[in-house]
Ligand binder design. Structure first.
Ligand SMILES: CC(C)(COP(=O)(O)OP(=O)(O)OC[C@H]1O[C@@H](n2cnc3c(N)ncnc32)[C@H](O)[C@@H]1OP(=O)(O)O)[C@@H](O)C(=O)NCCC(=O)NCCS
Length: 173
C-alpha cells in the first residue's frame, strides 16, 4: 500500500464510490441519498480553498483503498486551529490497517499545518471507527444524543478529539 495526495481527475470517482457505498449501507454518513459525481468538484474545491490535504491509500493495482481528509470545523475565525476530519476505507479493504495508516498521515499533515485540534464526528454505534480513533489516541469529547435520524431510528453522534502540540505561536486574528 502507498499513500498519495488525491485529486479530482484521478481519484474523484473512486472517492465517490466509497462515500456512496457508506451512505447506502451504513450510518457513517448522515446522508440519505448517494451523491452525484458533480459533487466531487465542489468537494475538491473546498479542500483546495482551505489548503486541506486529501490523502489516499492505493493498493498494488493502484486502486483506491481509502482516503482521509479534513476541513472546516466551524466557520467562526477563532476556530482556525481546529479541523474536522473524515476517513473512509473501501469495504473490501477494511481491518488491514489502511484506516490507521491514513489517519497517521493526516495527523502528520495537521501538525505540519500548525493545527491544534482534530475532531471526528462518529456515529456512536460505529464500533470500527470508535476503535480506530481510540487506538490513535483520540479522546471522547461528548455525545449529541439523537442528532440524526436514518434507517428509521435516532442516531447518537459522538465527538472524538486529538490535541496536537502545534501551533508553536498561536495568535488571535
Ligand atoms: C472506520 C474505518 C475507517 C476503519 O478503517 P480500517 O482500515 O478498517 O481500520 P484498521 O484496520 O486500521 O483498524 C483500526 C482499529 O479499528 C479496529 N477495527 C477495525 N474494524 C473493526 C471492526 N469492524 N470491529 C471492531 N474493531 C475494528 C482494529 O482492530 C484497529 O484497532 P487496534 O489498532 O486496536 O487493533 C473503516 O472501517 C471504514 O471505512 N468504515 C466505514 C466508514 C466509516 O465509518 N468512516 C469513519 C467515519 S467517522
Amino acid at each position: 500500500m502507498r499513500l498519495v495526495r488525491c485529486n479530482l481527475e484521478e481519484h474523484g470517482s473512486a472517492i465517490l464510490r466509497i462515500l456512496n457505498d457508506a451512505i447506502l449501507t451504513s450510518t457513517a454518513l448522515y446522508d440519505y441519498a448517494p451523491r452525484p459525481l458533480s459533487s466531487m468538484t465542489s468537494w475538491f474545491e473546498e479542500k483546495r480553498a482551505g489548503a486541506f490535504p486529501v490523502w489516499g491509500a492505493l493498493g498494488d493495482d493502484d486502486a483506491l483503498l481509502g482516503f482521509a481528509s479534513y476541513g472546516v470545523f466551524r466557520v467562526r475565525p477563532a476556530y482556525k486551529y481546529t479541523v474536522e476530519h473524515s476517513v473512509y476505507v473501501d469495504a473490501a479493504a477494511r481491518g488491514r490497517g489502511v484506516g490507521t495508516r491514513l489517519m497517521e498521515r493526516l495527523i502528520q499533515s495537521a501538525i505540519e499545518q500548525e493545527k491544534h485540534v482534530l475532531v471526528g464526528g462518529v456515529d456512536a454505534g460505529n464500533v470500527a471507527s470508535v476503535k480506530l480513533h481510540e487506538a490513535l489516541g483520540f479522546e471522547a469529547a461528548g455525545i449529541i444524543k439523537q442528532a440524526g435520524f436514518k434507517f428509521g431510528r435516532w442516531l447518537d453522534l459522538a465527538f472524538y478529539q486529538l490535541i496536537l502540540p502545534t501551533p508553536h505561536a498561536p495568535a488571535d486574528g
